[in-house]
Ligand binder design. Structure first.
Ligand code: SF4
Ligand code: SF4
Length: 380
């Protein structure tokens, strides 16, 4: 085991390979306050990449209703249960990751879901009393207070991927140019070690091809400077993609990803305690139980919610948030234009990509249309 730096845990940790951060990392952001669970992203991904034989129940992108929806069933409660209660001390994780809580000979702690646990992209939704899995009940006791939210998920293209660490064939690799994690299917022999090891259950075994597969981050689009299908098709405009600096001493305040993650710290990783340093970031919902959110997104939740509530007054933050869903091109830098009250984003050449008004324009129609003589209000 090597010792690597995991900034999300605030400490070094053990990993089977030496650290090898890419030059830059493509990251995806999700504003969970805006997702409406329409599953358009799920279908955009499915029709693009997983409509083949053996992929009937494979959803590289899924959206689940939390706390009771899952794909596969109980994926998160089960690995949390295996790891047991693990403490944070401030922003430092004191517990064990999936690479540290291992038995003899085991590289990664995990579990292999049952085939039936992949039946639908939101299994267990609306079952408010309890979830019955093949191995027992996973949510017990009284129902929770009145809250719920939707959690869209794709592969996290982790800095320390569990799938890559566990693969005995060395078929999984992380690209230096953009940090995308891929499976070389010509090397894969379908041992399913990646399925077992990925704590997010985002590596899938295809029963027909007999090899594993996973989200490829729509890399043909990314290579052209365009965002992935699940981002550009999102109805709720909850998503954006950007390159995040991998050298934390060179954070750029005017880069959307660095700004949201490292400057304002409003966007948080999903279950950072697993130790894979995931590269999708979530703006937590502001109406949900804090203890639940802290377990899911780590100790930065309170600050993130405070920042979000203040976004109306914080024009720089508002500008970054308003760019979500408003451009298909990956932006390099952004700014708030005070003169025009607009959010502006630029590509790597400094060319303007898009301008979005920070204040929704209001139009007040006249009651009487003088030209036609028609009244434009209901005056009955
Ligand atoms: S989310 Fe899972 S499949 Fe994706 S890179 Fe991380 S460990 Fe691998
Ligand atoms: S398309 Fe957007 S709003 Fe609809 S479910 Fe997917 S992430 Fe949520």
């Amino acid at each position: 085991m090597a010792t690597v730096k995991n900034w999300q845990l605030g400490r070094d940790m053990e990993y089977p390979y030496e650290g090898n951060r890419p030059k830059q990392q493509i990251t995806m952001f999700f504003d969970l306050n805006k997702c409406i669970a329409c599953q358009t992203c799920t279908m955009a991904c499915k029709t693009t990449w997983t409509s083949g034989k053996g992929q009937e129940a494979i959803f590289w992108n899924n959206v689940e209703s939390k706390p009771y929806g899952f794909y596969p069933l109980a994926w998160d409660v089960k690995i949390l249960d295996i790891l047991g209660s693990q403490p944070w001390s401030g922003s430092t994780y004191k517990g064990k990751t999936i690479f540290e809580d291992t038995a003899m000979e085991e590289k990664v702690r995990g579990f292999l879901p049952d085939e039936m646990d992949y039946m639908s992209p939101n299994l267990g939704e609306d079952e408010a009393i309890r979830i019955q899995t093949t191995e027992g009940d996973y949510i017990k006791g009284p129902t929770h207070k009145n809250w719920g939210f939707y959690l869209p998920r794709i592969c996290n293209h982790c800095t320390y991927p569990g799938c890559l660490a566990a693969c005995p064939r060395k078929a999984i690799y992380k690209r230096q140019e953009d940090g995308i994690v891929l499976i070389d299917q010509s090397k894969c022999r379908g041992y399913r070690e990646c399925v077992k090891a990925c704590p997010y259950k985002k590596a899938y075994y295809n029963n027909t091809t007999r090899v594993s597969e996973k989200c490829i981050s729509c890399y043909p689009k990314i290579e052209k400077g365009e965002m992935s299908q699940c981002v550009t098709n999102c109805i709720g405009r909850i998503r954006i993609q950007a390159y995040k600096s991998t050298d934390l001493t060179k954070i750029r305040k005017n880069n959307v990803a660095d700004f949201l993650v490292h400057v304002r710290k409003i966007a948080l990783p999903l279950y950072p305690q697993f130790g894979t340093e995931p590269n999708n970031y979530y703006i937590p919902p502001i109406h949900v139980d804090l203890a639940y959110l802290t377990q899911m997104f780590g100790p930065g939740v309170e600050n993130a919610i405070k920042q979000y509530r203040n976004a109306g007054k914080d024009k720089e933050l508002l500008s970054a948030l308003i760019l979500f869903g408003n451009t298909e091109k990956i932006s390099d830098t952004f700014k708030y234009d005070e003169k025009t009250d607009e959010a502006v984003s630029y590509d790597t050449e400094g060319r303007e990509i898009v301008r979005v008004p920070c204040t929704e324009p209001t139009y007040i129609r006249k009651v009487l249309n003088a030209k036609t003589g028609a009244f434009l209000t209901n005056n009955s």
